[in-house]
Design a protein. Structure first.
Ligand code: HEM
Lengths: 265, 414
């Protein structure tokens, strides 16, 4: 079984790597565009096929362990990158997505035992994947938005011309906000099924709400007549709130009775 | 690029951020003041149908003010983005308190209790901020709803969806009932408990046929009998026991030669496979120490009526701990007062619906795990749930539209 995974993972990574290289070259030689696309897509296709095969083999959907969820991330995240490129012509995000997908597969290659990892009953739910994947992609976009905003700030400080940069950080924040909104609602719908209520102000929920508010504030400030170059600072810093939500919550005093701290692993 | 106009005097029309921030700060401070003065007295908890009537009146009031006085400068300000942003900041600041200060009971009379900081989400300042937020959002909605234009559909889905979810979640909170039932195997009960209160009679009874718990494979641990605790650090990579698994700790190798998930010991102490309900996990292990001497032993997790089997390892014990719970479920029959009955299996993440109540598998006797003779079931009634979910679905529909066509049309590098 693990051998088959190795083959699939290495094939997928090779596809993404080739696709990425080709599409870098395609900036000069436009004839390479199609092969680049095909290779990049094949990486995800390999993973989708592998998941299907693995599903058949296990006789249950492979959604149960953390290792298994990483298979899904690896298959889906690049697709988001491609969609963003197709829809909004933001080209570089897909590289980031393919690297992240490859990273997930490498974790699984290094730790084959993660496939055995136990998963507490509350996490065994069809909501687990959409909730986590949506958040993960949202974080990816918002991280990218913050990086772009930081870049914009530094260009401003050096008084350099930068017209497109602000539009890019804005797009990414907007997209990230849409995904955060989905993540929040999926989380609420899941909580209703697993814990009896959709919202209990658990510290993790509170921080997820705070990060959502931070970007809600940004969107409305953007709509209003606020100097857009100043908002780059805001975007660059908003990510700090996300980081607390992501990693930091466990260390806060309020976390002592959170249902979201799975320290058993 | 447009700069904010700064050469404007305080309260000179049109009001902007300064006035909004001041207003919001006064409102929040007022909320804390009320909290202090009313110490202990929470916000009145209105139940159905009163809360529904109050909410409808509030919505009607906001909508009609918005529609009738849409040119009044104060009303415009009240429904505008500057006040909305200030309120978002206020709600974020209050939530930040709730995200840092542990929420729950504290000593009465402490500063935290006086200002409701330990229960920020049901405090006066929070309620006031939310009410103002709803008014602000409601006004901005009224202007997009009347007259309605198809191009506003996205705005309406987001903002009305959020308005509905938030208002119904908050106004409906007093109608939420969450009770816990404890049912013994072979018995029935119709009593639900809230924290420490006296039990409440439910309109149905639950009969528990059977409680079952599945475990993940057991794990090997080194145990220090002197200090009476497992040596977690040394056995960090907990090993799930199965046939052929090997583990090694400083100089000691352990190999699992045989694994019986369900077995019972026979006369001579050697275990034999047994049925699932009675049997306990047994493993035959070979222990090889640094000087290459090896020995074999049976390990077992034991059960409430059987001592575990452990192996000596220097001053330490090699033990097998039961695996963590993988799934637990209760086979129940629910009978309502009219004699209607439903038989179903309750499991975590798989609640069932009975007469407007949802039943959840919650817990069991933790002391004995899979040998538990009772099941703990949570029963929840939330008549406002459909309204809140309607709001969620509207926001998600707005999201989908937004994702597809929100950006292209309007915002290209404006
Ligand atoms: C404080 C109360 C709020 C006010 C006064 C307000 C007002 C506004 C206004 C005036 C716009 C500009 C619309 C346009 O130009 O088409 C807007 C856009 C937006 N608002 Fe709000 N809003 C509030 C709260 C919210 C909330 C709670 C959400 C999230 C559920 C939200 C999500 C959005 C989104 C996503 C947009 C961009 C919509 C688009 O471009 O079509 N707003 N809001």
């Amino acid at each position: 079984m693990i051998v088959d995974f190795k083959t699939a993972a290495i094939t997928a990574i090779a596809c993404w790597a080739t696709g990425s290289l080709l599409s870098l070259f395609a900036r000069r030689t436009s004839g390479l565009k199609l092969p680049a696309l095909l290779f990049s897509f094949s990486g995800s296709l390999v993973m989708v096929l592998f998941i299907g095969f693995y599903w058949y083999l296990l006789d249950r959907p492979p959604l149960r362990t953390l290792g298994e969820t990483r298979l899904w991330y690896a298959a889906l995240i690049p697709l988001v990158g491609f969609l963003v490129e197709y829809r909004w012509k933001i080209v570089w995000l897909k590289y980031y997505c393919m690297v992240l997908a490859g990273f997930f597969l490498v974790i699984n290659l290094i730790h084959p035992e993660v496939f055995d990892k136990t998963l507490m009953p509350a996490l065994q739910s069809p909501w687990f994947i959409p909730h986590v994947v949506v958040y993960l992609v949202g974080y990816v976009l918002l991280a990218a938005s913050s990086v772009t905003a930081l870049h914009n700030v530094s260009l401003q400080l050096r008084s350099k011309e930068n017209l497109n940069g602000e539009a890019v950080s804005h797009y990414l924040a907007l997209l990230g906000f849409v995904l955060l909104t989905f993540g929040l609602i999926f989380g609420a719908l899941w909580a209703k099924e697993a814990w009896g209520h959709y919202w209990t102000w658990d510290p993790k929920e509170t921080w997820a709400f705070l990060s959502w508010l931070a970007y809600l504030g940004y969107l409305h400030a953007f709509r209003y007549k606020i100097d857009r170059s100043k908002l780059q600072w805001y975007l660059a810093l908003s990510f700090l709130v996300l980081l607390v939500c992501w990693f930091g919550v466990n260390y806060l005093p309020s976390a002592q009775n959170s249902v979201h701290t799975y320290t058993q692993s | 690029m447009v700069m904010v106009v700064v050469s404007r005097r305080w309260f000179q029309s049109p009001w902007e951020f300064r006035e909004s921030a001041l207003f919001t700060a006064v409102a929040v401070a007022g909320g804390f003041f009320v909290q202090y003065v009313a110490s202990g007295q929470g916000i009145p908890r209105l139940h159905l149908p009163v809360n529904a009537i109050v909410l409808s009146l509030f919505a009607a009031l906001i909508l009609s003010i918005g529609v009738l006085f849409r040119n009044n400068s104060i009303v415009k300000w009240f429904g505008g983005i500057p006040l909305g942003l200030s309120l978002i900041v206020a709600i974020a600041a209050l939530s930040l308190i709730g995200g840092i200060v542990p929420q729950g009971e504290v000593a009465a009379g402490s500063v935290s209790a006086l200002f409701g900081v330990n229960q920020i989400f049901s405090s006066w300042p929070f309620a006031l901020a939310i009410l103002l937020f709803l008014a602000n959002l409601g006004l901005s909605l009224s202007w997009r709803l009347v007259p309605f234009k198809m191009q506003n559909i996205q705005f309406v889905l987001f903002h009305a969806g959020f308005w509905i979810a938030l208002s119904c979640g908050i106004f409906g909170a007093p109608d939420l009932q969450r009770l816990v039932m404890k049912v013994d195997e072979g018995q029935q009960s119709n009593l639900g408990y809230m924290e420490s209160d006296t039990p409440q009679q439910l309109p149905f009874s639950v009969f528990l046929h059977d409680f079952t718990l599945e475990e993940y494979p057991p794990q090997l641990f080194l145990y220090d009998p002197q200090n009476n605790r497992p040596l977690q650090e040394r056995t960090k990579a907990t090993t799930l026991v199965r046939k052929g698994v090997k583990a090694s700790w400083k100089g000691v190798d352990v190999e699992v030669l045989d694994f019986l998930p369900f077995a019972l010991p026979t006369q001579n102490g050697v275990p034999e496979p047994a049925d699932r309900t009675a049997g306990v996990p047994f493993a035959r292990v070979r222990i090889t120490s640094a000087d290459a001497t090896s020995s074999e032993a049976w390990l077992s997790t034991g059960s409430p009526n059987m001592e575990p089997y452990a192996a000596q390892l220097g001053g330490l014990l090699l033990v097998m701990m039961p695996g963590t719970p993988k799934a637990f479920r209760s086979e129940v029959t629910v009978r309502d007062d009219n004699g209607q009955q439903t038989t179903a299996t309750l499991e975590v993440n798989h609640p069932i619906n009975v007469m407007g109540w949802k039943l959840y598998q919650m817990g069991y006797d933790n002391e004995v795990g899979r040998w538990s003779k009772y099941s703990v079931i949570e029963v929840v009634r939330d008549p406002w749930l459909p309204a809140v979910y309607l709001g969620f679905y509207m926001i998600m529909a707005g999201n989908l539209l937004f994702f597809w066509n929100g950006i292209k049309k309007r915002e290209v590098a404006s």
